[in-house]
Every structure is written in C-alpha cells, then in structure tokens.
Design a protein around this ligand. Structure first.
Ligand SMILES: Cc1ncc(C[n+]2csc(CCOP(=O)(O)OP(=O)(O)O)c2C)c(N)n1
Ligand SMILES: [Mg+2]
Length: 604
C-alpha cells in the first residue's frame, strides 16, 4: 500500500526525533490519526519503535501545555495535534504559554478539505489567521502533498532556532492523499532536509572587555538570573564567587542555582524575597543573565547602578534597565569568556551582608510557616514538602497563591527541575506540566503544586489522563498537591492590595470539591489533610505511595501572600479594603500583623 501524507508526516517527525505527540482526535485529523493506527499495526503496541506516540489528553489546551512542558524540561521541541475548528481554537492558550516563555512547540492542526475551504463549511475557521499571532514566525497551510516535507522541516527548525511556536495546517483530503516524500526536481518545488544544532554565540572581545570593566569597578554587584541561565549554573557560581555578588532568581530561573547556597537571595518581584529586594535596592552594579524579568520597581532605580546584560536574543536586550553593556551571546559561553577578565573582589563585606540577610530570611520563612491558621497555613504545606523533596524531583506550579509559596518557600537542590507559566502566568498548567514531565522522565518523582481554582478549571480532568497512563511510569511518584482554600485567593489578595477593594464573594468564592476522594475513585491515592499536625506525615505517605497521589490540603485563604516589602500604596489599599468591610477583615488583620511582627523580631 502506498503511504499517505499522514503516514509520511509521522515518518518525517520520526526523522526529527519526535517521540510523542500530545493530542485529541477529530475528523479534521482522521488522516493523521489513521497513520498513528497503521504505524502500530502488527506490533500490538501503542508505542511503535522509533515512531512518535499519540498521547491522548482531555482537552487540546492541555496538549499544548504538555508540549510546552516537554520543551521546557527536555530542551527538545514539543509537538501537539488537534482537529480543525474547535480543536485548533482550544490549543491557543497553551501555545501562547510556550511562545511567551520562549520554548519551541509545533502545533499540527487539521482543516476542512481543500474543495470546501471558503465555503462557510462546517467547522471551517481561517486557521492561518487564527494562528498568525501566536505562530507568526511560521504558520502555513498545506495545499499539496509535496509540501509536507518542507513544512515539517521548516516548522521544527524555526521553532527550535527562534525558540517559538510554529503551526502547520493540513486539510483532511491532503492527509489521505498519496505521499510525495521527494518532490519532483523541477521549477517551483522545494527540497529541504532535516536537522538543527544550535550555534555557538559569543559577544565580541571588545564588548566582553567593556563588561568586565563595569563588573570589576563595582563594589556591590547583584546578579539576576533567569531561564536563559539554566544550563550555566557552574559559570554563574564562579562569577558570583569572583565578584562577591548575591544571586537573585527570576521565577523561570528558580532551578538555575540550588537554594542552599548562602548567597542565593531567592526569587524576586511580587513573589520574591526580602534579600532579593534589599540587594537590588543597594547594589551599585547589576549583572542580568538570561532573564526578561519585567517589574522595574524590583530592579535598581535607573541611574543608581551600572548594568551588564547577557542574552542570546538581541531582541531581549536592554528592555528592562538601561544597561551600559549589552552582551548578545549564550549565557554559558559568555560567562566563560568573561571569567578570565574578572578580578576577585577582596572586600567581601557586601557578600557577607547579603548572606546574613539570606540566613535571616530562611528563619523568617520557617517562622511564617509555623504561624497558626484556620485550619492549615499554606506555607506549612510547602515548608514540609521542601524538607522532604526527593533527589531529582521535578516540580510544577500553577498560577495562584501556590506560585508565591513555590517561589519563596521551596528550597530546590542540585539536580532538580522546576517550572511554571512564567510570562503568560495562566491558570491551568500545573497538572499537565507534571504529566509531560512524567512522560519525559518516567523514573523521576514529579510534584504539581496547584490551587483549587486551577484544579476545577482543568486539573481534575487531567487526573483521568494520569490514571490512564500511570502504569507505564516506572517510578509511580506523581503527586498533585491541591490547596483547597475555596477561594481564587491570589486575585482576592490582588483586589485587596492593588485596588483597595474588599473581596467580592460572588467572583472569588469557590465551591468545595472532594479532590482526594475523587482521586481514589480513579484508582489513584487520595490524602486529605485538615490539621497542621497531619501535614508532614501526609507528605511522607504521599512520597512513599505505590501510585500517583492527590494531596488535598485544606488551607486558610486569609494568610496573605505578602510581597517581600509592602509598599505604602499597597498598605493603604489594603487598609481601605478592610475599612470597606471585607468579609474576612478581622482574620486578615490578625495574619498580616503576625507576619510583620515576625519580620521585626530581634535576631531574625
Ligand atoms: C486562565 C486564567 N484565568 C484567570 C487568571 C487570573 N488568576 C490568576 S491567579 C487566580 C486565582 C487562582 O485560584 P486558585 O487556583 O484557587 O489558587 P489560589 O490563589 O486560591 O491558591 C486567577 C483567577 C489567570 N491567571 N489565568
Ligand atoms: Mg484557591
């Protein structure tokens, strides 16, 4: 039998080393789904040797999140597949997540048959226009079978080289047509080849010299590292040691350095730590590596510090702080080239001051976790997990109050990975990221940290995907921790602190749901904790379980995810919300007061 375009598509993706495709079927892609079926014929397996495997999710947005997480955790391209019309529309949010965090994802979507396009046909959407923003570097519709080879080659190569999202739209009649693996050698055809390996990008010597001059002149150097430095840990350490600098980590750069290094000041920004804040306020030199951290109020005031930035993408240079030297280059290579040009700072007092702040901060975090709450302080849940994190753990967090505690309270160690939706900051990726991590590393423990709102949005459904596929994971430790606070808590606090509005229960309160019991119904393990003394032992139980676990913690929504310092404006807004009669004002006053007192206690 002659191969169809669908068969050939899978063959070409195999050539590119694509191992799995997250997707959901529909008649717009039956010609591709049929090819998956044919590729497994005879071997009785759903995972044919060498060929990409189809992973069935509950919703196309989850497929896109998983493709994004695959890219984030492996460095490879992630691929997702959806049918025409509604399936394609569902992908969008996950694709934007990948695009905004600069990770390579290819979306393959079906379309109506060529003859029907433009006929207001069933499920017909102008998909090239729909994807024109999210995949603007490359979105193409196949019009002839001979295009498939170069559409795949280019979509993957452009996704990898631009670190972005690309999309291929394939009308369903083309999927079923005979494949044309080698286009005829005549005018008007394209003859592409596969393969991509990243270039070595290093700045010029003159720029490296100028950067070294700035860094050597500084007395109080602050480093800020982001996702672009994830592969440059050793170099970041060496530079920080030489310069006597402290290192703050942008949210996506949390795994760059372990949190047990004494000069790592932790996260930065609204979800950040006090030592990062102090360092940025008092530094005279800023070295930013692989980060596009957006909030200027958490960086030094313009003119107060001299700046050097390293980024491999020229577009991302000089947009957060007016840097004196911009180095376009790979972070690892560039730092390596800088190191011999740097002189070791003899005066270590700045470093010592920062290390003192960091020690104080971790004490404070411990004390905050111990503060009484009704019934459980969410920080206790994170602190107790942090103490028990298994080696090589992979952690995902959702957007919500959990992102605060993830950023501040979780102490990562060397060899761990962690991610979330950093730039889009969308709700919903916590569970699908964890699933993709488990597929990519079935032998590693994976933990998702998720709010009840995000669970109700999609996490509950993706538990079904976990139940469907879990047997194939050699290490069964996949834990979904749900903060059951019956509130869209992060936004409730934003309304209070930024708008000065009291909580609007109509938009903020969430219905309860039996997360742990539901997990049990699916054949997973469910653990529900509703008192502080159960928190630690329940983590022990979850981490020792023989199957994936939903760890449901009934936590107090009135524990404020306080920014590292409260600005006067925020304090005023908070007070005015309370004066306007926030339903929980009494409880909040107690909590904020307790937290602030902790900060000022002597010796902390
Ligand atoms: C798709 C999407 N919708 C809305 C928001 C705005 N938002 C950010 S955090 C949040 C609340 C999340 O609630 P939950 O998951 O319960 O976590 P909690 O803050 O309560 O711990 C909302 C509504 C968003 N970021 N993404
Ligand atoms: Mg919640």
């Amino acid at each position: 039998m002659t191969d169809t375009v669908g068969d050939y598509l899978l063959e070409r993706l195999t050539t590119w080393g694509v191992k799995r495709i997250y997707g959901y079927p529909g008649d717009g892609i039956n010609g591709i789904v049929g090819a998956f079926q044919r590729s497994t014929e005879g071997n009785g397996s759903s995972h044919p040797e060498g060929r990409p495997e189809f992973i069935q999710v509950r919703h196309e947005e989850m497929a896109a999140f998983m493709a994004c997480a695959h890219a984030k955790f492996t460095g490879e391209v992630g691929v997702c597949l959806a049918t025409s019309g509604p399936g394609a529309v569902h992908l969008l949010n996950g694709l934007y997540d990948a695009k905004l965090d600069h990770h390579p994802v290819v979306a393959i979507v079906g379309q109506q048959a060529r003859a029907g396009i433009g006929g207001n046909y069933q499920q017909e959407i102008d998909l090239v226009s729909l994807f024109k923003d999210v995949a603007h570097e490359y979105v193409e519709m196949a019009m002839a079978p001979a295009q498939i080879r170069h559409l795949v080659d280019r979509a993957i190569r452009i996704a990898l080289s631009e670190r972005t999202v690309t999309a291929i739209v394939i009308p369903n009649d083309i999927q079923e047509a005979d494949a044309v693996p080698t286009p005829p050698n005549k005018h008007g055809t394209v003859h592409s080849g596969p393969g991509y390996s990243p270039p070595r990008i290093i700045p010029s010597d003159a720029d490296l010299d100028r950067a070294a001059e700035v860094l050597n002149a500084g007395q109080r150097v602050a480093m800020l590292v982001g996702a672009g430095a994830l592969h440059a840990a050793d170099e970041v350490v060496e530079v920080a040691e030489t310069l006597g600098a402290g290192v703050a980590k942008a949210l996506l750069g949390k795994a760059v350095l372990p949190d047990d290094l004494p000069y790592v000041t932790g996260s930065i920004g609204l979800l950040g730590t006090k030592p990062s804040w102090t360092m940025m306020q008092n530094c005279d030199t800023l070295l930013m590596v692989g980060s596009s951290f957006p909030y200027s109020e958490f960086l030094p005031e313009e003119g107060k510090a001299r700046g050097v930035q390293i980024d491999h993408d020229g577009k991302m240079i000089g947009i957060r702080y007016p840097m004196e030297v911009n180095l376009i280059g790979d972070s690892k290579e560039t730092l390596r080239a800088l190191i011999p040009r740097l002189t070791r700072k003899q005066d270590r007092s700045w470093r010592e001051k920062l290390e003192g702040e960091v020690r104080e901060w971790w004490n404070l975090i411990d004390h905050r976790a111990e503060l009484e709450a009704n019934p459980i302080n969410p920080q206790l849940v994170f602190r107790e997990l942090s103490k028990r994190l298994p080696d090589r753990a992979i952690i995902s967090s959702d957007s919500g109050s959990s992102a605060n505690w993830y950023a501040r309270d979780i102490k990562l160690r060397k060899g761990m990975m962690a991610s979330l939706s950093g730039t889009l900051a969308t709700m919903g990726p916590g569970v699908p990221y964890a699933i993709a991590a488990k597929f990519a590393y079935p032998d590693r423990p994976v933990i998702a940290l998720v709010g009840d709102g995000a669970m109700q949005m999609n996490g509950i459904n993706e538990l079904i995907t976990i139940a469907k596929y879990r047997e194939r994971w050699i290490d069964q430790r996949l834990i979904v921790m749900v903060l059951n606070n019956r509130d869209l808590n992060q936004v409730t606090w934003e309304q209070r602190a930024m708008e000065g509005d009291p909580k609007f229960e109509g938009s903020q309160d969430l219905p309860d749901f039996p997360y742990a019991r539901y997990a049990e119904m699916l054949g997973l393990k469910g653990i529900r904790v509703d008192s502080p003394d159960q928190v630690g032992p329940a983590w022990d139980e979850a981490l020792a379980a023989d199957r994936p676990v939903v760890y449901e913690a009934v936590t107090d929504p009135e524990v404020p995810p306080l920014p590292p310092h409260i600005t006067i404006e925020q304090a005023k807004a908070l007070t005015s919300a309370l004066l306007k009669g926030d339903p929980a004002s009494g409880e909040i006053m107690k909590q904020s007061f307790k937290q602030k007192i902790e900060e000022f206690l002597p010796g902390r």
